[in-house]
Ligand binder design. Sequence first.
Ligand code: UDP
Length: 461
Amino acid sequence: MGAPTVLALPYPAQGHVNPMMTFAQKLVENGCKVIFVNTEFNHRRVVSSMVKQQDSSSPDEEESLLKLVSIPDGLGPDDDRNDQAKLCEAIPKSMPEALEKLIEDIHVKGENRINFIVADLCMAWALDVGSKLGIKGAVLCPASATLFTLLYNIPMLIDEGIIDSDLGLTITTKKRIRISPSMPEMDPEDFFWLNMGGLTGKKVLQYLLHCARSLHLTQWWLCNTTHELEPGTLLFLPKIIPIGPLLRSNDNDNNKSATTKPMGQFWKEDDSCMSWLDEQPHGSVLYVAFGSFTLFDQNQFNELALGLDLTNRPFLWVIREDNKMAYPHEFQGHKGKIVNWAPQQKVLSHPAIACFLTHCGWNSTMEGLSIGVPFLCWPYFGDQLYNKEHICDELKVGLGIDKDENGVVSRGELKTKVEQIFNDENIKCRCVVLKEKVMKNIAKGGTSYENFKSFVKAIKE
Ligand code: UDP
């Protein structure tokens, strides 16, 4: 076979599109063609941020190797795409049909034949579409193996009476549980669907269980993790194949080739923060970013801003356009730089960065671990709560930020924790040791490297 054509289908959210794009770029580097399918809404954002990003918009060779296409998500033009309940209801109603039509159209045109589908775990229904059309597939989990395992074991948790058959909206135990003796303990109250808000959580969970029913259609359960990070979980569910960390190939401005271009970002990266970082002393800057969803209210925003001032240290703070609000009048910010969206992996790799204040999304977690930067953890919802426990209690490479009795992180708490982490040599040492172990996985001969190569070999056969 010549270069096989792989269709890549991420769930429509930034934290899913990014790792799928990295995976797609790795496929291209390994001799595959990729057709990358975003929803129409996200496709427009991705293309627009790329056009703004690149001085030259001339089509180049890689565009024929990695083609961006789109299908509708089933929502109306004015619907809120951050409303996960709506999205999870709309997707299964219209996207399978749209995907089938897209594949048939591609085949009719005769330019390409789709040989393989890589679907996000949260889009695993695409395996059914593939199976109908005689195309094999894989799933890629952009979250932790722990989350994957939790999802897979929900029927068991219902059987054991830990969550009720109404999908765990009421938790029947206050005790921490272990899905298996080899896995870390979990607080059932932190189950990701519960902290998303009652009905939303339930709809998201129903949708994910619908996806999980397609998992039997493939033995390729790929996951953005490594053995060092989740040994017990991978031991318990050895079907999960670690291929992480999924990191964008080194950004080298002089060599923005197919695999280094920032593709897949919903917002334009503000590169001006890189020259600002160049001016800061090594190991001095606090990087503050909360991913693509987290929203602050004005009070919490004020405390964060004033807390950053209070640290009296340089900071780089990402405030997305959709979460812009007025700064408190006392805020000076003179030690800081604020951007709408940063080239996060490049930022984290910069020697000026000392610490990552994060919401603990799994991509941010993997990126920070791969670079060996200590974490200050401020999780909001979903799997961020387990990721925080993992970072602080299992891996011991970060500190949690505590909320006060009103559920607010005070400026004083922020200052205290920043001081603590800047002075914690043990955490810094553990970060470096762990980084080396994690990165060995994607070096030649490493487990993730070999798993990925076997996967590519299987596609090519
Ligand atoms: N990210 C980025 N620039 C920013 C903030 C985030 O490129 O200013 C990227 C980050 O590198 C990661 C993704 O956005 O790949 C966020 O995913 P994550 O799982 O951490 O959080 P989510 O957005 O899903 O909550």
